[in-house]
Design a protein around this ligand. Structure first.
Ligand code: C2E
Ligand code: MG
Ligand code: MG
Ligand code: MG
Length: 293
């Protein structure tokens, strides 16, 4: 039967094309999970800090903490690889607590008005106990809670909007503000804005990447900026890599930006030198010297 033959051939072709990739991904996932279960979180993980700058005022506003893992068996593993695995295996709660403690410790050495922006996973705020644990860490650190921004992504929050709202409100009542990360990439960004106590939006990097030669992306950025003005939300664009992008974004009213143009994620120990360099230059904040990422 000709049709059947073709279906089989097609199927076989597909299997040959896709199976090895898929298998490799599964093997990788298993290896990451095994290494993660054995990992000494306190020593194998560290944070790098990427500046968020105010291009209108020419100042650094905050640093976003970004997790890095040096596994003794796997080497450097990207957060895009280990965060989902940590979430699925339940290890994320411990990891977040270790990282938040490290970040709060690092903030002590920063200029007094710099904020810490810290990424939370949806699992971190899924239960009242896990939220309490985060609050306890902030309180124990003695850091002014209003210096802290907790970033959450809408994709992670999808399941339980009511729980998410209660958790974020509890965090906010202590002083931190809440940022909706990767804004515009999920399915229901606008209903999240309506239903969650959000203070700021981070426009996803994909809109910036497509700015060159794409009228639509710029129109979307403008619309999000308008939305932020009407809702009194701060707005940050992430992933700004070129001067052209920065100028275009600034011309439509973006003030707060983050991206390699201003600085790559750096160890906390390099922040003092970075601050000194920024202070010595004029607006816009210049590119940082190359740093480990
Ligand atoms: P994110 O929170 O949206 O962080 C921004 C990501 O974009 C970071 O990747 C950063 O290094 C990268 N980036 C910043 N500026 C530029 C740029 O100009 N160009 C390009 N190409 N990339 C830029 P990273 O560090 O690999 O983190 C990836 C994601 O992993 C983060 O996205 C966040 O969702 C998650 N993540 C990182 N650290 C943590 C953490 O401690 N906890 C949790 N729950 N998630 C984390
Ligand atoms: Mg983030
Ligand atoms: Mg982001
Ligand atoms: Mg992201």
């Amino acid at each position: 039967d000709f049709a059947l033959y073709h279906a089989k051939a097609f199927h076989r072709g597909k299997a040959v094309l896709f199976a090895p990739d898929h298998e490799a991904a599964l093997r990788r996932h298993a290896a990451v999970e095994q290494a993660l279960r054995r990992a000494d979180l306190a020593t194998e993980f560290h944070l790098l800090y990427q500046p968020i700058v105010d291009v209108a005022g020419g100042q650094v506003e905050a640093y976003e903490a970004l997790a890095r893992w040096n596994s003794p068996t796997l080497g450097a593993v990207s957060p895009a690889d280990f965060i989902p695995v940590a979430e699925r295996s339940g290890l994320i709660l411990d990891l977040t607590r270790v990282l938040l403690a490290k970040a709060l410790d690092a903030v002590r050495g920063w200029p007094a008005d710099r904020r810490l922006s810290f990424n939370l996973s949806a699992h971190d705020i899924a239960t009242p106990e896990s939220v309490e644990a985060l609050i306890a860490l902030v309180v124990a650190s003695g850091i002014d809670p209003s210096r802290i921004v907790f970033e959450v992504t809408e994709t992670g929050l999808m399941r339980d909007l009511g729980d998410a709202r209660r958790a974020l409100s509890a965090l906010k009542s202590l002083g931190p503000c809440i940022a909706l990360d990767d804004f515009g990439t999920g399915y229901s960004s606008l209903s999240y804005l309506k239903r969650l106590p959000v203070d700021r939006l981070k426009i996803d990097r994909s809109f910036v990447t497509q700015l060159d030669g794409d009228e639509t992306s710029l129109a979307i950025v403008r619309a999000i900026l308008d939305l932020c003005r009407h809702l009194s939300l701060d707005c940050i664009v992430e992933g700004v890599e070129t001067t052209e992008q920065m100028l275009l974004l600034r011309s439509v009213g973006c003030r707060s930006m983050q991206g390699y143009l201003f600085g790559k994620p750096m160890p906390s120990g390099e922040i003092a030198a970075f601050e000194a360099m920024v202070a010595g230059r004029s607006i816009p904040v210049p590119a940082a010297p190359p740093s480990l990422s």
